[in-house]
Design a protein around this ligand. Structure first.
Ligand code: GRF
Length: 202
């Protein structure tokens, strides 16, 4: 039986769309049970609705603490029997409430080769630093920002002529391939956590 993903977004939702496309193309054996956004005007909500996926808006502004916000998100995920949570451009740092409820079952995609360039504007950080190679990382989420065990990475060459925008566009293409593949690894039970590391069994 295919498993249920909950996707958390804050904006554009192109990674959400890549996940939905991978499911439709049978490259990813899962279903998206619910898309939760903390922003009512997130474009990704329209993409979810177009695909017939239930959506929920949970605004962080309505909650006094991160924990209370996460409890409300958790309730939505549980309502839809979510097995694995995928952060896809979700601009909130998770509290232990969500991380512990879905221990080693929360994934994030970040537009750099972690542990380089954590936080906001990772592509701009890469251009400004003058690195020759950057890329994207899918990792398990722990209680530190952009920090948990790495599941998969893809590299992208950085050209002298690159701007933040041009590099972001090439990294995004790789994100859209990498995220569904990494989700499938988790769903297949191929990932074992060994201390700091995620070990993928082939
Ligand atoms: C992506 O670059 C992702 O790596 C980062 O936020 C961006 C989200 O884009 N975490 P989208 O909303 O999936 O289009």
């Amino acid at each position: 039986m295919s498993r249920t993903l909950g996707v958390l977004i804050s904006g554009r939702g192109s990674n959400l769309e890549a996940i939905l496309d991978a499911i439709a193309a049978r490259r990813l054996d899962a279903r998206v049970g619910v898309v939760v956004s903390n922003q009512a005007d997130a474009r990704g909500l329209e993409r979810a609705e177009a695909a017939g996926v239930p959506t929920a808006v949970v605004s962080h502004k309505d909650y006094a603490s991160r924990e209370a916000f996460d409890e409300a998100v958790l309730a939505r995920l549980n309502q839809h029997d979510v097995d694995v949570v995928c952060l896809a451009g979700f601009m909130r740092i998770l509290s232990p409430v969500l991380v512990r409820a879905f221990s080693n079952r929360v994934l994030n995609i970040h537009p750099s080769l972690l542990p380089a360039f954590v936080g906001l504007h990772a592509q701009r950080q890469a251009v400004e630093h003058g690195v020759r190679v950057s890329g994207c990382t899918v990792h398990l989420v722990d209680e530190e920002l952009d920090h948990g065990p790495i599941l998969a990475q893809a590299s992208v060459r950085v050209e002298e002529s690159d701007s933040e925008e041009s590099l972001s566009a090439r990294i995004l293409e790789q994100e859209h391939k990498l995220y569904p593949e990494a989700i499938q690894l988790i769903l297949d039970g191929k990932v074992r956590i060994d201390g700091r590391k995620a070990v993928v069994q082939t």
